[in-house]
Design a protein around this ligand. Structure first.
Ligand SMILES: [Zn+2]
Length: 54
């Protein structure tokens, strides 16, 4: 199943969005984005909390 994560869904004013069938990839891409763009850190659990099935 495909899941989607976006900063907007997490309440952040940012156009980033990632969609993947691979959970590991989804989490990794989202974590990289948070680190590089928002200079923050997010746990795998928190990433998956904001993920939506699409
Ligand atoms: Zn963002």
């Amino acid at each position: 199943m495909t899941k989607e994560i976006s900063c907007r869904a997490a309440g952040v004013d940012c156009d980033f969005m990632v969609r993947s069938e691979n959970e590991e990839e989804l989490v990794s891409v989202a974590q990289q984005h948070v680190k590089n763009i928002h200079h923050g850190k997010i746990s795998k659990a928190d990433v998956l909390k904001t993920a939506m099935e699409v």
